[in-house]
Design a protein around this ligand. Structure first.
Ligand code: FAD
Ligand code: NAD
Length: 457
């Protein structure tokens, strides 16, 4: 039996970051991960491989469609899917191997296997028993499915299957117009698939600012993605090498691949939570207080498994706050300052309140908009689609929300997140010097537009 100050269950971005921070703070730490590679959903089958394919497919599309305007003649542009997939796998193995290295450097003991509670301070991993003063559950999430649908992880599969199709689908039907559906739908559409996205709600990207989501849908449609909104999928059956997707009140749709992208659910499988009397909520999430403490003393939880935004950086912030609270007595996550990014073309990024949330809470706000079209750098890049929208308190001018659709929105949003974290006003953003010519000037101009004094429009 080995004893630790802290055992972390799960080596995703929540768990591995928490383990490293706890070790930095002087704790004797073990991290148990059931998979052979560290890094969790994010590094193995999520953020990283999807971004690798988004990048490769964007380069192919750019070479084929967008270079001519620069006077560059790229004729008979082709791609080799095998190379593209191998590149993705290499990036994944370099990064997951990097976590192994970080664990060794920080003296985090790694155990491979499924962790199961024996008592509140004791877990079993294969033949080994580990005990600790505190145990942190960071077991993440897994894909949701629809009732009456059986995934074969081939014709009908989730994001993990769609990250490794061995050939480009002829017709890919994506169920769900959320982040996964749009990112992976874009990858295969750029590589030549006909892509149809079926969404239950009357809009795409639920939860994101509606004005921005509407503009996104227009642009994605122009790129060739087909949307059917407000449709309910009632079943999916395999028929030979095809799938038939049944829709309520509509004709069925046929596809050679179906990507189920209807959300993710908490993963507590195999933990044996009943043994320690730890109940999940009705959706399966592990309830915690503001210090990530569960109802069982000494047992904590963070990341996707506790609910909220299912984002890698949210899990990381929680992991750090949780162990800092354990050791130092304080640790905090500002959920309003956590950005979200959709890595499509153009990118979509947001932080803080949406306009719908401000209206619902009857908070008075002023709004500044500035288009990419009026920005010199955007013109030089050849990416003039999109805009920045800043929402600021009508009385204090404090920045409440920033929403961006346009090139490199995912990088631009960092400035907005810092503004919100530091309680900055739109005037602060407007008065800060932004290098010329940069896309960041669009943020400055949108901040000026809050006070109706944008210069270049
Ligand atoms: P996870 O990363 O899910 O890690 C949990 C780990 O626990 C897993 O490795 C699992 O094997 C292990 N585990 C589970 N149970 C046990 C057990 N009993 N014993 C031992 N080990 C166990 N987020 C972003 O912020 N940006 C993105 O671009 C992004 N892209 C994504 C793309 C896709 C296709 C997907 C599916 C997700 C994406 N996400 C993205 C979401 C992101 O991956 C998750 O929010 C993040 O991984 C959650 O981190 P976590 O540490 O809570 O859990
Ligand atoms: P999501 O919640 O973003 O979207 C799921 C979509 O499926 C919703 O629009 C929902 O209305 C729709 N849906 C549900 N049931 C349906 C039905 N029966 N028929 C048709 N549509 C239906 O979930 P996701 O796209 O699967 O992503 C899962 C999680 O992973 C998200 O929480 C997301 O934050 C995270 N993720 C993040 C990134 C990123 O940060 N770039 C990328 C990928 C995934």
């Amino acid at each position: 039996m080995s004893h630790f100050d802290l055992i972390v269950i799960g080596a995703g971005p929540g768990g591995y970051v928490a383990a490293i921070r706890a070790a930095q703070l002087g704790l004797k730490v073990a991290c148990v991960e059931k998979e052979s590679a560290l890094g969790g959903t994010c590094l193995r089958v999520g953020c990283i491989p999807s971004k690798a394919l988004l990048e490769s497919s964007a380069k192919y599309h750019e070479a084929k469609e967008d270079l001519a305007v620069h006077g560059i003649k790229a004729t008979s542009v082709k791609f080799d899917l095998k190379t593209m997939l191998a590149r993705k796998e290499n990036i994944v193995s370099e990064l997951t191997g990097g976590i192994d290295f970080l664990f060794k450097r920080n003296k985090v003991s790694r155990y491979q296997g499924l962790a199961s509670f024996v008592a509140a301070n004791e877990i079993q991993v294969g033949e080994e028993t580990l005990t600790a003063k505190n145990i942190l559950i960071a077991t993440g999430s897994k894909s949701s499915n629809l009732p009456n649908v059986e995934m074969d992880d081939d014709i009908i599969g989730d994001s993990t299957t769609a990250l490794s199709y061995s050939k480009v689908p002829k017709h890919l039907v994506v169920i769900g117009a959320g982040v996964i559906g749009l990112e992976l739908g874009s990858v295969w559409q750029r590589l030549g698939a006909e892509v149809t996205i079926l969404e239950y709600l009357p809009r795409i990207l639920p939860g994101m600012d509606e004005e921005i989501a509407k503009e996104a849908q227009k642009l994605f449609k122009k790129q060739g993605l087909n949307f059917e909104l407000g449709v309910k999928v009632t079943g999916v059956q395999k028929e030979g090498k095809e799938a038939i997707i049944q829709l309520e009140g509509k004709d069925p749709v046929k596809a050679d691949r179906v990507l189920m992208a209807v959300g993710r659910k908490p993963n507590t499988e195999g933990l044996n939570l009943e043994m320690i009397g730890l109940d999940t909520d009705k959706r399966g999430f592990v309830p915690v207080d503001e210090h990530f403490q569960t109802s069982v003393k000494g047992v904590y939880a963070i990341g996707d498994v506790i609910g909220g935004a299912m984002l890698a950086h949210k899990a990381e912030e929680e992991g750090i706050a949780c162990v800092e609270q354990m050791v130092k007595g304080y640790g905090h996550v500002n959920y309003r300052a956590i950005p979200g990014v959709v890595y499509t073309e153009p990118e979509i990024a947001s932080v803080g309140y949406t306009e719908e949330e401000l209206n619902a809470s009857q908070r008075a706000y002023r709004k500044g908009l500035f288009p990419y079209l009026a920005n010199g750098r955007a013109k030089a890049l050849g990416h003039t689609e999109g805009k920045v929208k800043i929402l600021a308190d009508a009385v204090t001018d404090r920045v409440l929300g920033v929403h961006i659709i346009g090139a490199r929105a995912g990088d631009l949003i960092a400035e907005a997140a810092i503004a919100i974290e530091f309680g900055a006003s739109a005037e602060d953003l407007a008065r800060s010097s932004h290098a010329h010519p940069t896309l960041a000037e669009i943020i400055k101009e949108a901040a000026l537009a809050v006070d109706k004094r944008a210069i270049h429009i």
